[in-house]
Design a protein around this ligand. Structure first.
Ligand code: SAH
Length: 233
């Protein structure tokens, strides 16, 4: 009984911490849409971070995950989701699955819990070990059916379907790969960090009438994208 109470206490603390964080992100103007707010409140970030860090799951900072990679800070996930204007029913592609958390957030928006699964969420990860880590996390959090995981070099786009409504890249690219622009539908949106290994600028790229319009969002630091069109070392 003591153990149960302790456990319940902890999960209540998590809920409180999560609500506090989302309120803060709303006050800061980072969370603007009902969709992003609901996704942040629904997806349990504590299930996507290593157990040693679960007490920090609702601190607004990145955390280490296996293979020397990181799960982005909640505010960065929110900034990207808002910039992408993700809505129910859209087909979304993520390059860089990592922990699977950002995929789960997007899946919660395109195919909300308890509703007909009409959106599509595909995520590409270069490292097999991380894809397995993400798969376990997504299973525990109840998103496994809603996220299609692919192990491949995502710097060349997704090897499966030809086009997506939205594409997000969660690793730093030296420049925007053409392959990703080609996989974007007309009126589609790509959000991508571009720059050196240590400093990047996050861009929103919109494809309209065959032309590309880029908008600077913020400066940022992501781990490097590897692969053919990634940072070479
Ligand atoms: N979105 C993730 C964090 C991503 S960290 C989350 O929510 O946790 C960046 C990820 O990009 C790492 O997992 C890294 O292995 C992956 N990555 C790096 N280069 C890649 C490539 N060329 N294709 C696919 N994934 C890549």
């Amino acid at each position: 009984m003591v153990w149960v109470n302790r456990f319940l206490g902890r999960s209540q603390d998590m809920e409180t911490a999560k609500k506090r964080l989302v309120n803060l992100l709303k006050l800061e103007g980072v969370v603007r849409s009902a969709e992003v707010e609901r996704a942040l409140l629904t997806v349990p970030r504590e299930l996507f971070v290593p157990p040693a860090y679960s007490s920090e799951a609702y601190y607004d900072h990145p955390l280490p995950i296996p293979e020397g990679q990181t799960i982005s800070a909640p505010h960065m996930c929110a900034i990207m989701c808002e910039a992408l204007e993700i809505r129910k029913g859209l087909r979304v592609l993520e390059i860089g699955t990592g922990s699977g958390y950002h995929s789960a957030l997007c899946a919660e928006i395109v195919s909300p819990s308890g509703e007909k699964l009409d959106g599509l969420m595909v995520s590409v990860e270069l490292l097999k070990r991380l894809a397995l880590y993400a798969r376990d996390n997504l299973k525990r959090a109840g998103y496994y059916e809603r996220v299609h995981l692919i192990v491949a070099d995502g710097s060349l786009g997704a090897p499966t379907r030809p086009v997506y409504d939205r594409i997000l890249v969660t690793a730093a690219t030296p420049r925007v790969p053409n392959e990703l622009l080609e996989q974007l539908v007309e009126e589609g949106v790509l959000v991508i960090p571009v720059g050196t290994r240590w400093h990047q600028r996050l861009f929103k790229v919109v494809k309209r009438k065959g032309r590309l319009r880029s908008e600077f969002i913020t400066t940022c630091i992501f781990v490097p994208l590897r692969g053919r069109k990634g940072h070479q070392e």
